[in-house]
Every structure is written in C-alpha cells, then in structure tokens.
Design a protein. Structure first.
Length: 267
C-alpha cells in the first residue's frame, strides 16, 4: 500500500507539473544578440519593477543567429536580434518587432590619442595600410585592430553604410572578437586598440568614441546604425511575453533608449 501511495503521489505531481504553463516553470528568457545588451537589461530592470511576478532573464550574448535558432526550434520563447529576418526565417513563423535603432560606433583605447578619423583613414587602418597611430595624428603607438566575424550585425551595417567599407578587406593582423562585449573589453584593456560595436553612453567611460568625418555617433548625420528587435514564434505569444513587448514600447523604455544614445522605433 505504501508503494502504491507513493506511486500515486508521484503521478499526481507529474500531472501538476505538466499542467503548469512553461512561463511559470521557467520565467521569461530573452536570448540573442549582444548589441544593446546594457540598454536592454536596463529596460528589463524597469519591467521587473513593474511586473515583479514575472521572472525575467536577459542572459549574455549568443548572437542574433543563436537567438533565431533558439526561438525557431522552440528551445526558447523570445529572442533579441540586431539584423532583419531572412525570408526563410519569416516563413518559419518568426515574428519581428523592432524597438530601437543604435548607431554603430568606432572606439579606441585612450592611449591612441585620437578622437576622430576620416572615413578614408578608417579604411586604411582596418586594411592594414596604416599601422601606427602617429600617422593619423595620434600617439607613436602600434595600431591593434579588433574586428567582428563576417555575420556580425554591426559589421554588416558598416559595410552597407560607411564609406569604403563595402570593399574593405581586413588586415590579417586583426583580432576577431566573437561578441560585442569582447570587442569592448579588448579596446578597454589593450593599448593602441580600435574596435567597433553598437553605441551606448557607457562606451564614453574609459574609451574614446570616435567622430567619423566630423560626426559623432549620436549626430543625425552619422551614417551607420543597427536596428534591435524582439522575436517570437507566431502562435506562442503568452501573457508574460505580451507584457514585456508592451513595456519595451512604453514611454519609460523609449526615454531610456534615448538616454543610451539610441532612437526608439516601433509603436
């Protein structure tokens, strides 16, 4: 009898667990790109204050592609991306909701002694033609190039919008950072380093955010920006997901996006 009672209890327990919605078991995790991560976490903090009943998690970057794969396969319910969806991804049932546009900034370790470059000099630096910061009016210091992988969203935007980047061949002496955070940390830690990534006001602490052709990333005339968006699979929108989407488009979130140097988009 004791065995039967124990078995019945386990069975009833399993029924209860299966009946609990996925959101109640796991909370809401928003996975994907590292672009705009600090900004999105601040949005998440505001959301958590107004929705303490929803356990929100915005984990470190797995890239836009990783977020798309996780949501597309059903491993996660919501993702964050810094590139548009392809036709095949849309056909797979993914919904794309842009919420912010973030300028693509170029930044250096303060040791370089420069606060601006021409777009032509920027191409010469990343191609390896210029190897010392003294050649562009900076310190007598070797240039340490930090780039991103070819599929990176910021790099794709730079190639499409920054003069000379469409045909740029990176110097073989450049280091490839696998995440936005790695690019930022390398530029902060390595003398002579130059890197690029999505702009946020926090980059101004400990880095030199460069003007390109006289334009700062926050200027209206600055050419390059990435669009950040939330994604989910059509037909899977639950209450906690809807609540987070609504908050990301709220006045509070839009003010925070502007404070980070971004531009709110969407409804």
């Amino acid at each position: 009898m004791r065995v039967l009672a124990s078995g019945l209890a386990l069975f009833l327990c399993s029924l209860f667990v299966q009946s609990v919605p996925l959101s109640a078991q796991t909370g809401l995790k928003v996975v994907g790109t590292g672009d705009g991560l600090e900004m999105l976490r601040e949005i998440g903090a505001g959301f958590s204050r107004t929705h303490p009943d929803i356990a929100l998690d915005i984990p470190p970057s797995i890239g836009s592609g990783g977020g798309i794969a996780a949501v597309g396969t059903g491993a996660e319910r919501m993702g964050r991306v810094a590139r548009p969806l392809t036709d095949s991804e849309v056909e797979y049932g993914l919904v794309y909701l842009p919420f912010a546009k973030i300028p693509s900034a170029v930044f250096t370790h303060p040791s370089t002694g420069v606060d601006g470059l021409t777009s032509e000099d920027l191409v010469k630096l990343y191609s390896g033609e210029i190897t010392n910061w003294a050649d562009v009016g900076g310190a007598d210091l070797r240039v340490r190039l930090v780039r991103r992988e070819d599929a990176d969203s910021t790099l794709q935007v730079l190639k499409a919008t920054m003069p000379g980047w469409d045909a740029l061949t990176f110097s073989p002496r450049s280091k490839t950072a696998l995440t936005t955070q790695e690019a930022i940390e390398t530029a902060r830690d390595v003398e002579g380093a130059i890197a690029f990534g999505p702009y946020s006001s926090s980059l101004e602490n400990g880095l030199s955010v460069l003007k390109i052709d006289g334009h700062h990333p926050t200027d209206d005339s600055y050419p390059s920006a990435v669009t950040l968006a939330l994604i989910y699979k059509d037909g899977t929108l639950e209450d906690d997901m809807q609540a987070f989407i609504a908050y990301s488009q709220s006045d509070q979130a839009r003010d925070l996006i502007r404070n980070f140097g971004g531009v709110p988009v969407g409804n």
